[in-house]
Design a protein around this ligand. Structure first.
Ligand SMILES: [Zn+2]
Ligand SMILES: [Zn+2]
Length: 256
């Protein structure tokens, strides 16, 4: 069966991504409340008890809102950095198996998964490098800068899901308080459309097939601007480009 990737939610309110290959179904972040999570999983044709594991990027609420309810029902194994596991400790029932990711590659069914440290204002935030069949998948949202290890992972990817959080002009001229604007644009905040496009420009011509722009700000971005910046960066690469929005689920992708 092909590799399937379903964006159940993406943005500053909630984040959850489902990655499926054969009978292994991994959830990356559990930011939807349990009711919305179950209905989003349903839309993807998956029941909560069919999930194989939960991987967390970091402990911010938009990534873990539904975690404890989901684990109460399923007792899924949880994977993340030591710092993130520590930060969500009280949300995890004692029966759940925890795996602290260091720099080692961990096998989950057909997925070979490695955590990559990213700079963001959380305990120990990570993105994920995932190899499965002929695919190399890199998923990173919530980061203020692209560290070398992540850039290296992106360059070798066939599939990329990367944050394109804000348009710098909209952020600077928007209604957010100065301190919040500074937090967002700091190296420990979020990537701008320009930063994302610059990272993607390095990935042309290396087998990259699909890109999903994620975690767009409702206030400080316009999906058309995010798309335009990255489309220019990827011009001629032949990679398909998708843009998530906060209000709608998707895309639902079959990666051959
Ligand atoms: Zn977030
Ligand atoms: Zn965050």
């Amino acid at each position: 069966m092909s590799l399937q990737l379903f964006v159940l939610a993406s943005g500053s309110k909630a984040n959850a991504v489902l990655l499926c290959k054969d009978n292994t179904k991994i959830l990356i972040d559990a930011g939807l409340g349990i009711r919305l999570m179950v209905s989003a999983l349903n839309a993807a044709g998956v029941r909560p008890n069919e999930l194989s594991a939960v991987l967390l990027t970091h402990e911010h609420t938009d990534h873990v809102r539904g975690l404890s309810s989901l684990l109460d029902r399923t007792h899924l194994p949880v994977y993340s950095s030591i710092g993130t596991l520590g930060a969500v400790d009280r949300m995890i029932p004692a029966r759940c198996k925890l795996t602290a990711m260091d720099h080692q590659t961990v096998e989950i069914g057909p997925f070979a998964v490695r955590a990559i440290a990213v700079p963001h204002d959380a305990a120990e935030p990570v993105g994920y490098h995932i190899e499965v069949g002929n695919h190399v998948v890199t998923i990173a949202t919530d980061l203020g800068d692209v560290p070398d290890e992540l850039a290296e992972s992106l360059i070798h990817s066939t599939f990329i899901m990367l944050e394109s959080n804000h348009d710098m002009h909209m952020l600077l001229n928007g209604s957010y308080p100065v301190i919040l604007k500074e937090r967002i644009r700091s190296p420990f905040g979020h990537l701008s459309n320009e930063q994302t496009a610059a990272a993607l420009a390095e990935c042309r011509g290396n087998g990259l097939r699909t890109v999903v722009l994620a975690h767009l700000s409702d206030e400080n971005n316009d999906p058309a601007l995010a798309r335009e910046a990255s489309a220019q960066a990827l011009a001629g690469s032949g990679a398909a480009l998708h843009v998530t929005t906060r209000s709608t689920m998707g895309p639902f992708l079959n990666l051959e």
